[in-house]
Design a binder for this molecule. Structure first.
Ligand SMILES: C[S@@+](CC[C@H](N)C(=O)[O-])C[C@H]1O[C@@H](n2cnc3c(N)ncnc32)[C@H](O)[C@@H]1O
Length: 171
């Protein structure tokens, strides 16, 4: 894990203050809601912004993140007892346990080389049921305003580019 801001309790507070609910969160919530009472993995759940909303919507949610300070912040929020919080990475995920997996707010860009990303995708495929869904986002490198795709305001949101479905019966 490279990013110290998710491990320092003082910076975790800043993250929550800066990263408010935005339209990409609406997108993910609507996507997961397509599967009623889904078993959901939020990998890189951070402070639980979306994780808690998914649980409040009636899904069985596991929030997984290697940053203890972020998880501690998540555990202190209203509704946190509805979520299974796990300190760790994709390696510890159980087989065929989830209907939907999400990596939100650019978690996918934590993985900066092909081999590391391939390992995470293999873990995600393993932990999804056949036909399960995977959704993640990334910043837009062609973004013209120089922000790198990071929204200038929460309302602008970021684009969710990839929605995949795991192969049926081939895990
Ligand atoms: C930009 S935050 C996004 C947090 C959350 N998904 C959200 O929407 O607010 C990136 C998160 O990825 C987590 N992370 C870092 N390395 C990771 C890894 N190897 N596996 C899973 N998550 C990781 C960080 O600890 C951090 O919480």
């Amino acid at each position: 894990m490279r990013d110290g801001e998710f491990q320092d309790p003082r910076l975790v507070v800043v993250y929550d203050a800066e990263c408010r609910w935005a339209r990409d969160d609406d997108f993910y919530l609507a996507l997961v809601n397509e599967t009623p009472a889904a078993r959901v993995l939020d990998l890189g759940c951070g402070t639980g912004r979306l994780t808690l909303a998914l649980a409040a919507a009636g899904h069985a949610v596991s929030g997984v993140d290697p940053a203890r300070a972020s998880l501690d912040a998540a555990r202190g929020k209203p509704g946190a007892d509805r979520v299974c919080w796990i300190e760790g990475t994709s390696e510890i995920l159980p087989d065929r346990a989830f209907d939907v997996a999400v990596l939100t707010s650019h978690v996918a860009q934590v993985f900066v080389d092909d081999a590391g990303w391939a390992d995470v995708l293999a873990d995600l495929r393993r932990c999804l049921v056949p036909g399960g869904r995977l959704a993640f986002d990334s910043r837009d490198p062609d973004d013209a305003d120089g922000s790198g795709g990071i929204p200038p305001t929460p309302a602008a949101g970021s684009r969710c580019r990839t929605v995949g479905r795991s192969g049926r019966g081939r895990n």
